[in-house]
Design a protein around this ligand. Structure first.
Ligand code: B16
Ligand code: MG
Length: 214
């Protein structure tokens, strides 16, 4: 029986992928990498900031020291944070708020499990903090999905065993992380049919039977 649901953030509750893409593209062009594309950006979904930077840098020829890489990642984060200022509750993805409300009504705990260090600020801006019991994010973890760490931290914060938690994810690495952590997974988003989730739906408004999943 499911007693807690852990939601990935980007691509599940809100779509910040375009903002990430624009910020990385801005940085790439400053580095002389003019062909950083949306296709490259797809590989950055659910991946940590430093791992995302490597996906940008592999398109150029220059080598950077670890210190320089940290400065580049900070620069991208500044561009990204500037764009976050425009986020509002209107940016919550279809069905997300309703799903959180329904789970709370049923007495099921809710958490976010996100690679993003900006998760608390994003949740504040889109108005979902009151509907979440706990947040586990890039600030709590050292390992990236597909490592299950971010979801195990979420389950621990909820006081639940991994087996009693369901993860909702839009990225292959996230589904793998859920499974590696011993949790069931609901796949959503554009790739929902090919992510290997135990359950799948186009988005949170299209889940056929919560009764069956829970
Ligand atoms: P930040 P999620 C992920 O969020 C994004 O999908 C990914 O593109 C980003 O690199 C990562 O967060 C880290 O974000 O730079 O804000 O710490 O899908 O795990 O909610
Ligand atoms: Mg995601």
């Amino acid at each position: 029986m499911i007693r807690g649901v852990i939601f990935d953030l980007d691509g599940v509750l809100v779509s910040t992928d375009e903002l990430h893409y624009q910020a990385w593209k801005h940085l790439a062009e400053e580095l002389g990498i003019m062909d950083f594309s949306r296709k490259d950006n797809e590989r950055q979904r659910g991946v940590s900031r430093m791992a995302s930077l490597e996906i940008v840098l592999e398109k150029g020829a220059k080598e950077y020291t670890e210190e320089e890489k940290i400065a580049l990642a900070e620069k991208k984060n500044d561009y990204y944070k500037r764009s976050l200022q425009a986020l509002s509750p209107a940016d919550v993805l279809p069905g997300a708020k309703e799903a959180l409300e329904m789970l709370r009504q049923r007495g099921i705990l809710t958490a976010v499990g996100s690679a993003s260090k900006n998760a608390p600020e994003i949740l504040e801006r889109i108005g979902l903090i009151p509907l979440l019991d706990k947040i586990s994010c890039g600030l709590d973890t050292t390992k990236s999905k597909p490592d299950p760490e971010v979801f195990l931290v979420a389950a621990k914060k909820l006081g639940l065993s991994p087996e009693s938690c369901l993860v909702v994810e839009d990225a292959a690495a996230g589904i793998q992380a859920a499974k590696a952590g011993g949790m069931k997974a609901l796949a959503v988003g554009p790739l929902y049919q090919q992510l290997g989730g135990d359950f799948a739906a186009r988005d949170l408004s299209a889940v056929e039977s919560w009764d069956e999943i829970l």
